[in-house]
Design a protein around this ligand. Structure first.
Ligand code: ZN
Length: 176
């Protein structure tokens, strides 16, 4: 049973990066306070099983409690997780970062912030700046599929619309 008393606000709050993943934000605070990330999460949500589970789904009550601890709005917490993505698309969400936007990802600080798009298997480009994503080390390799670039970007949009916004344009194309 969740207690009704909201957790105390953190004395020091690190600003989130645009498109930062909730577990990344929690991990950066955990590093600051020198506690394990799961301890930081459970300080607020004692029932939480893992950071990954929190990234995938939170109840509105849990979002309110986290927002209270981080002195922000529940909508901000909601945008940092994959709660809008249907269960069927969860298999396309990596456990660890598989790509990086060399333009938007900050390499400053330890741990470095992880952006939501770094885990999304269908993303070819950064949702913030549209730069093509690179491998996690930031190296850019010439794509063997360069001649399909336009089709690939269209595919990315189709998948993104369905996964992020529930717009299933696939069905009208007969791919369902
Ligand atoms: Zn970017």
């Amino acid at each position: 049973m969740i207690e009704n008393t909201p957790p105390r606000q953190l004395a020091v709050r690190l600003p989130p990066h645009p498109d930062e993943l909730l577990s990344s934000w929690i991990s950066r605070h955990a590093a600051f306070y020198a506690v394990p990330p799961l301890v930081m999460l459970r300080h607020c949500l004692p029932e939480a099983s893992s950071l990954r589970a929190a990234d995938l789904q939170l109840s509105s009550d849990q979002e309110i409690r986290l927002a209270s601890m981080f002195a922000t709005e529940p909508a901000v917490i909601n945008r940092m997780i994959f709660g809008n993505i249907s269960q069927s698309s969860h298999r396309l969400i990596a456990v660890r970062p598989t790509q990086i936007c060399t333009n938007c990802s900050s390499q400053h600080g330890e741990p470095a912030p992880i952006l939501r798009s770094q885990l999304l298997g269908w993303r070819l480009t950064c949702p913030l700046c549209a730069t093509p994503l690179s491998d996690p080390g930031g190296r850019e390799h010439p794509s063997p599929f360069r001649q399909y670039c336009r089709a690939a970007l269209y595919g990315e949009k189709l998948l993104d619309d369905e996964a992020e916004r529930g717009i299933a344009t696939w069905t009208s194309l007969g791919f369902s």
